[in-house]
Design a protein around this ligand. Structure first.
Ligand SMILES: Cc1ncc(COP(=O)(O)O)c(C=O)c1O
Length: 354
């Protein structure tokens, strides 16, 4: 990994706009904070890490990310603890996953220490932007893209790594209906499903629109070969409770390793549940439902925490899951309480910003 010697330079705006924001009514993903963290990659080195006022970045029309899609991102949240101190949830895991994605996409690695320090410095500067209401957070979006102007298929030689932040109001998980997609796929063996690559999301837009037009909330992604094995749901990992045990698809190379997923596995085990990671077929879920053994199912991800699954549309059939998700709800509350300092952080997941 290219190490970076400079310290993070901080330049603050003279006209912060947080005072003008109505934190009780924040449109999701549309409001951005006053600053960003940014770092440039040239001559095989990351240079000039800085926190500076948020601004638009001039882009050459031949910037390689626009043509060949060398673009990856992360998603995480800053919250406040009981004493009002800003805290981050497992930022080291996002740093690791960014570098995993970078490697898969032929992009340079980024110092994991600098990733975490960049987050901390940005959140310190933007602490007024962390919404105070229960269930609210400051969403953080680290990303990296190729900005070298070049037409030709090879790895770029210049990149930007940026972190922007956007306040997110309280999120109330509703019960969701899934559409098991038999035509379009999200990821295939040897593809990029395991990376948080922008192109994965571009390819998911059209199938998601189709599912929504049919009255569903999210796509249930199935494997590329047989359309039989369950991978993920929308942009979440998935858990099923069958006969008292939890099962979740094993990370087979086509599934993104969710940080919520790994945390939920730990929390379920702590509560005494058996959690099995293995291939899961849509047919066994159908059979478990018919036999009354499918007790609950939920999706897990940073954006929503836990999303409770009510039913799955599969061809002409509907697989009924459940109207209640008691364990999912309990785990969601535990996770939220850890993230706001109301429950003991037994696993050492939270990192103080100051
Ligand atoms: C495709 C996909 N799967 C799963 C997840 C859940 O990951 P995490 O729990 O780290 O947010 C995400 C969100 O980042 C995602 O985009």
């Amino acid at each position: 990994m290219t190490e970076l010697k400079q310290n993070i330079k901080i330049t603050k705006t003279e006209k912060p706009k947080y005072k003008t924001v109505d934190f009780s009514n924040i449109p999701l993903g549309r409001t951005f904070t006053d600053h960003m963290f940014i770092c440039d990659y040239n001559n095989s080195q990351w240079n000039n890490p800085r926190v500076q006022p948020l601004e638009t970045i001039p882009t050459h029309p031949a910037a390689m990310a626009l043509h060949y899609g060398q673009a990856i991102f992360e998603g995480m949240k800053a919250t406040v603890d009981a004493n009002g101190n800003a805290i981050l949830f497992r930022p080291d895991k996002n740093a690791e996953r960014l570098n995993f994605s970078a490697e898969r996409m032929g992009m340079p690695k980024f110092s994991e220490d600098l990733f975490v320090n960049g987050l901390k410095e940005l959140v310190k500067v933007e602490s007024n932007w962390i919404p105070p209401q229960d269930g609210s957070a400051l969403y953080l979006r680290p990303f990296m893209y190729a900005n070298e102007p070049f037409i030709g298929m090879r790895a770029a030689t210049s990149f930007k790594f940026i972190i922007i932040a956007s306040p997110a109001g309280p999120f109330f998980s509703k019960r969701i209906k899934l559409y098991a997609e038999k035509n379009y796929i999200r990821a295939a063996d040897g593809g990029t499903g395991e990376a948080k690559a922008a192109g994965n999301y571009a390819a998911a837009i059209r199938p998601t629109e189709i599912a929504k037009a049919k009255g569903y909330d999210q796509v249930l992604w199935l494997d590329a070969h047989e359309h039989k094995y369950i991978q993920e749901v929308g942009t979440m990992n998935i858990f099923f409770k069958i006969n008292g045990k939890f099962i979740t698809p094993s990370l087979d190379g086509s599934i993104l390793s969710g940080i919520t997923r790994m945390s939920v596995i730990d929390l379920l085990k702590e509560k005494g549940f058996e959690v099995i990671e293995r291939p899961v077929t849509i047919d066994e879920i159908k059979k478990a439902s018919v036999r009354g053994k499918l007790e609950e199912a939920f999706g897990t991800g940073t954006a929503v925490g836990i999303a409770y699954i009510q039913e799955i549309g599969y061809g002409e059939e509907t697989i009924y899951v459940s109207d209640e998700s008691p364990i999912g709800l309990e785990i969601n509350n535990t996770l939220n309480n850890i993230k706001t300092g109301k429950a003991e952080d037994k696993f050492g997941w939270m990192l103080k910003v100051n």
